[in-house]
Design a protein around this ligand. Structure first.
Ligand code: DQA
Length: 193
């Protein structure tokens, strides 16, 4: 059997507090530490990404398909895991209808995951608790939406979570999750080591 190919070094997880520092706008990809110059890069574990979806997203496939499409959440999760394998990152995907459960998962993510994708669904527009959980763990999070909430009803125009996120991807249907995964992995590859 062929040996499993390790992900490229720049897509692997550094250790230490610097992993949580956001990059500046002009940070170069793959900037080496001075101490690393000329030495082989240290072995790094694969990046781990946690994907969370909020209330009613378990109904994807049948829920208002004209807005959210016909793909099920299980199929979206399978696509995310497959894309993760291509990128050499580990993807864990979960869904809950409960605000407290989402807070629990976010709160436990520090040290276990390197970044988050979060479709907070309706909690996007209401949840100070989820905003606080994101601020508390200080992991890079990308806000995800299948639809484009800003182009819908006024009560969907405000996100309580956006200010705790590094980016947002919305309006591409289920592909928003996939685009967000690519974006987050690129963001993580650019952070200072
Ligand atoms: C949603 C948009 C939210 O406004 C809505 O409450 C959802 C789904 C989206 O993915 O488009 O449940 O987050």
């Amino acid at each position: 059997m062929a040996a499993k190919k390790a992900p490229p070094a720049r897509l692997r997880r550094p250790s230490g507090a610097s992993a949580r520092r956001p990059p500046g706008p002009d940070a170069p990809v793959d900037r080496p530490r001075a101490a690393d110059a000329g030495s082989p890069s240290p072995a790094r574990a694969p990046l781990r990404i946690l994907v969370l979806s909020g209330p009613n997203l378990q109904l994807l496939g049948t829920r208002e398909p004209e807005i959210y499409g016909v793909e099920t959440l299980a199929a979206v999760h399978a696509r995310l895991r497959a894309r993760g394998r291509e990128l050499g990152v580990q993807v864990t995907a979960r869904q809950s209808n409960h605000e407290g459960t989402l807070c629990d998962w976010i709160g436990a993510a520090r040290g276990k995951f390197d970044g988050l994708l979060l479709n907070g669904a309706a909690y996007t527009h209401t949840s100070l608790a989820i905003f606080d959980a994101l601020k508390a763990v200080a992991l890079p999070c990308v806000e995800v939406h299948l639809s484009n909430p800003e182009a819908r009803e006024a009560y969907r125009h405000t996100s309580k979570l956006a200010a705790a996120c590094v980016a947002k991807v919305s309006g591409f249907g289920a592909d928003s999750y996939l685009l967000a995964l690519d974006g987050l992995v690129r963001w993580l590859a650019r952070r200072p080591r």
